[in-house]
Design a protein around this ligand. Sequence first.
Ligand code: FMN
Length: 144
Amino acid sequence: MKTIVLYYSLGGNTKAEAERIAQEENAELCEVQELKKRNPLSAVFSGCPQAMQRKASAIQPLKCDLSVYDRIFIGCPIWAGFPAPAFNAILHLLPRDKEVSLFFCSAGGEEPRSQQGTKDLIAQKGCKLISYCDIRTASNKKTK
Ligand SMILES: Cc1cc2nc3c(=O)[nH]c(=O)nc-3n(C[C@H](O)[C@H](O)[C@H](O)COP(=O)(O)O)c2cc1C
């Protein structure tokens, strides 16, 4: 099975987790970068409202071809209780019929409504959700 770990990270926590998963799964690793460079202020004032409305940010073209993988891990930080807007941009590029594993890094957890909404979006893409992992980076606690 060909596997890739695709991730967006602003502060490095999701990147560290993505690297760990890629090693564990013997998978390739691909970083997603936004077109416009983020800083903490733009993350709060434009990124958080976008995240809450599940809007996509503009991202650079992917350096990988998602169609050749059977299983795709997607990792992102949680902003304002929801996946950061780069996650929504990744969803637009997700091919159908893939096995998908999600992991989200947050300080204390996501908005309760967020998880089911995110799972529904994967189903709407015609993909099969294999696992969902919520990683609390403040305490390094994981919930599945
Ligand atoms: C703009 C912004 C909003 C955030 N909102 C939340 C939040 O709502 N809930 C939470 O638990 N953590 C929140 N965090 C913390 C991050 O989700 C957490 O530190 C995560 O590990 C960051 O991942 P990264 O280092 O890969 O960017 C927020 C961080 C930023 C920068």
